[in-house]
Structures are given as structure tokens and as C-alpha cells.
Design a protein around this ligand. Structure first.
Ligand code: ADP
Ligand code: F6P
Length: 320
């Protein structure tokens, strides 16, 4: 293998830069040329590729976002001629392998190129942690800590005003950010799409704890659960308490990556280049029980939900 390319795609995630740095430096260490594709698959079909060197990835390991930029490119998914064009351009640039850093959508994009026989390796970069084959995705740990800091701040004002604060966190259809930030933040209730909930029960719990003298409560809601205002209105009606809502939104996508995300990204980037050098075609990198692993993309994407129900039960017991 003489020349590879790397791109970041879908929602950005803290630690993507550390992964790009690892891919570029591992490739160069092994005498492989490496090109950065700007703005994901959109840049790929526009031929927006630039040769990278050791210093192109200097001073980025600690930075959130992605220096390669990211984009969603629906036409790449919908229009087969876009994928053919991508293969042609990769050939024009004499690229022999592609590393895609992104979520499950980006992995499907990579797979669509591998279906032409083109070697592609996926690195999971998304704050959502919604890929069942890997214990963690790059960016999740940082996002949880960002959400936790916000919940901690909200607790101060919630307590001063003896209110109920309902805070929505990201995660698309996955409740992992809500579960971890909620448990670490001592939330009185956590609502996730993976587990049914009963607002009457939750409200009764708030009323009971209020009678005991607990005057403030935090409820963490994963965005995939549904409409935050409807939930808040129902809780207000059922408890007659002073309720406020906060949507954390994209603040969770930014910020300096945590040590855990930087290390994960570095190890995954290194491993991805090794896989290309071994001639692997369509694999995704992950981490299981603290070991870096790789899997065939079809097997990986077929794996089912890994929601930590035991952790969820623990959070319920501890929030009484
Ligand atoms: P994420 O990677 O974070 O899940 P998206 O689902 O938005 O983000 O996917 C990112 C991009 O990957 C899409 O904009 C599109 O260009 C590409 N993509 C997604 N699904 C497919 C697919 N089935 N086939 C080809 N490309 C896809
Ligand atoms: O996949 C990451 C994510 O931040 C999700 O948690 C969220 O639902 C979505 O992306 C938001 O997408 P956008 O940045 O396009 O608004």
C-alpha cells in the first residue's frame, strides 16, 4: 500500500482530530502517502483532497471539531453515480485505501465503496455511542463530561429555587449519554428510548421526596424519548411543582476531548492503518473490554443494542 486517504463524516465528535492525527502519522511512519479529504463524502465527490504531512496534524490532538471538516451528503447515499464518481476520483488520486471516521451512516458510505472492492476501514467517531459492536465511540466520554458539567451547574440554580429541572441531552436514538451523565449527576430520574417510562410514577416519586424534604430534582431526558415540553407540562400538571427545561444541544459536540477519547482515537487510528496495510477491505475498528478490536462491517452493523440495563437499574435505586 503506497497511498491512503482519511475523512471525517456525519456529526463531528471531540477526538476526531486525534484520530486523524493517528492515521496520518502512522501512515507516514510506514512510508505511506496520506491525503485528507475535506467535508466527508461531499468533498470526496468534489475531489477536495489534499496531501498531508507530519505538521498538518501538529497541535490538534487537544482540539474539538475536525480540521478536515465534516458534512452530511445525502446525494452520496441516494445517487449511485456519486459513488461511482468517488471511486473514479480515488483512482485518479491513486488512493488505495480509505479510512472513514464517523457514525453508522458514514460506515454505510464506506461500505458502499467497499462494495466496489475498494479497501475501507471505519473508525467510530460519534458522541452518541450508538454502535453496538464497540463499547465506546470516540467523543462519547467527552460529551458525557460536558453534559455532566451542565447538570452540575443546573443543580445549583435548581436547588436555590426549589425547582424541577428537566434537561435534554443528545444521543439520537441512543440513551447512553443520558444514562451516564444522569447517573454521574445524581439525577432523580433518567428517561431513555430503550426503556419505557411512566410519568405518573416519576411524578409520585418527586412528590414523595418533596414531602421528605428534598426540594429540588433533576430529570435527564435523552433526545430520542420525545418532546421535552410535553414531558415537562405533564410533570408540572401531575406534581404542581415549578418546572424548567434546558436543551443542551450542540454544546455537547464541542470542547477539548477527554484523555480517554484522545487515547481511544490514537489507538484506533493506528489500528486502522495497520488493517489497510494487511490488505483488509471492509472492516470497522472498535474497543471491547479495553482491547482494540476490528470486525467485518456487516457483522458489526447487524449487532443489536447494548444498552446497560443494570446501570439503569442502579441509577433508579440510587435516586430514591
Ligand atoms: P453519522 O455517520 O454520524 O451516522 P449520517 O447518518 O448523517 O451521520 O451519515 C453521514 C453521511 O454518510 C451521509 O450524509 C451520507 O453521505 C453517507 N451515508 C449515510 N448512509 C449511507 C448509505 N446507506 N449509503 C451510502 N452513503 C451513506
Ligand atoms: O449524531 C450526533 C448528533 O449530535 C446527535 O446526537 C444529534 O441527534 C444529531 O447529531 C444532530 O445533528 P445536526 O448536527 O445535523 O443537527
Amino acid at each position: 500500500m503506497k497511498r491512503i486517504a482519511v475523512l471525517t463524516s456525519g456529526g463531528d465528535a471531540p477526538g476526531m482530530n486525534a484520530a486523524v492525527r493517528a492515521v496520518v502519522r502512522t501512515a507516514i511512519y510506514n512510508n505511506i502517502d496520506v491525503y485528507g479529504v475535506r467535508r466527508g463524502f461531499k468533498g470526496l465527490i468534489e475531489g477536495d483532497l489534499k496531501k498531508m504531512n507530519l505538521s498538518s496534524v501538529g497541535d490538534i490532538i487537544h482540539k474539538g471539531g475536525t480540521i478536515l471538516r465534516s458534512a452530511r451528503c445525502p446525494e452520496f447515499k441516494e445517487n449511485p453515480s456519486c459513488r461511482e464518481l468517488a471511486i473514479q476520483l480515488l483512482n485518479v488520486f491513486k488512493i488505495e485505501g480509505l479510512v472513514v471516521i464517523g457514525g453508522d451512516g458514514s460506515f454505510m458510505g464506506m461500505k458502499s465503496l467497499s462494495d466496489f472492492g475498494f479497501p475501507g476501514i471505519g473508525i467510530p467517531g460519534t458522541i452518541d455511542n450508538d454502535l453496538a459492536y464497540t463499547d465506546f465511540t470516540i467523543g462519547f466520554d467527552t460529551a458525557v463530561n460536558t453534559a455532566l458539567e451542565a447538570i452540575t451547574n443546573l443543580r445549583d440554580t435548581t436547588s436555590s429555587h426549589e425547582r424541577v429541572t428537566i434537561v435534554e441531552v443528545m444521543g439520537r436514538n441512543c440513551g447512553d449519554i443520558a444514562l451516564d451523565a444522569g447517573l454521574a449527576g445524581g439525577a432523580e430520574a433518567i428517561l431513555v428510548p430503550e426503556i419505557g417510562y411512566n410519568l405518573k410514577e416519576i411524578s409520585q416519586k418527586l412528590i414523595n421526596s418533596n414531602k421528605r424534604g428534598k426540594k429540588q430534582s433533576i430529570i435527564v431526558v435523552a433526545e430520542g424519548v420525545g418532546n421535552l415540553n410535553e414531558i415537562a407540562n405533564q410533570i408540572k400538571e401531575l406534581t404542581d411543582m415549578d418546572v424548567r427545561t434546558t436543551i443542551l444541544g450542540h454544546v455537547q459536540r464541542g470542547g477539548n476531548p477527554s484523555a480517554k477519547d484522545r487515547i481511544l482515537a490514537s489507538e484506533m487510528g493506528y489500528h486502522a492503518v495497520e488493517l489497510l496495510m494487511e490488505g483488509k477491505i471492509s472492516r470497522v475498528v472498535g474497543v471491547r473490554e479495553n482491547k482494540i478490536i476490528d470486525m467485518n462491517i456487516n457483522e458489526a452493523l447487524a449487532m443489536q443494542n447494548k444498552f446497560n440495563e443494570r446501570r439503569f437499574e442502579i441509577s433508579k435505586v440510587l435516586s430514591i
